[in-house]
Design a protein. Structure first.
Length: 133
């Protein structure tokens, strides 16, 4: 039984917390490296799905990395993008969730989480953790 006033000391705890803080920054970089190509792949699927007359609408689909993750949308160069996506006028029925962007992005949501999880695992393996002997 421990004596009164005894304590337990964790050797290396300060280094472990410091490493975890640094690793969190490293993780953001790792996920970002893979998020760009992932987002471009999804944008490519949207480009392939939208109707093409001149190619302006397909050419306006962009993928942008943001603090929240990825944003995939139209850049505004095709003034009719909302009408094609959502309808609502001139005989085109309204589809509130959209015809292309949201359904394709929703379909890829689990793939995004898997990509981020894989990036985290790879980051943990590659990170230079403090070694104490």
């Amino acid at each position: 039984m421990p004596e009164s006033g005894s304590h337990v000391e964790f050797d290396g705890l300060k280094e472990a917390f410091r490493d975890m803080d640094r690793w969190a920054d490293h993780l953001d970089e790792e996920v970002s490296k893979q998020a760009g190509p992932f987002g471009e792949n999804i944008a490519g699927k949207v480009r392939s799905a939208v109707p093409v007359l001149t190619g302006t609408l397909a050419g306006s689909v962009e993928s942008i990395e943001s603090a929240e993750g990825l944003e995939i949308g139209y850049d505004g160069t095709a003034p009719y993008d909302a009408w094609i996506e959502f309808g609502g006028a001139r005989g085109r029925p309204v589809v509130p969730e959209g015809r292309y962007l949201y359904p394709i992005a929703l379909d890829a949501e689990q793939d995004y989480y898997t990509m981020a999880e894989d990036a985290a695992e790879q980051s943990i393996e590659r990170y230079s953790w403090t070694q104490r002997h």
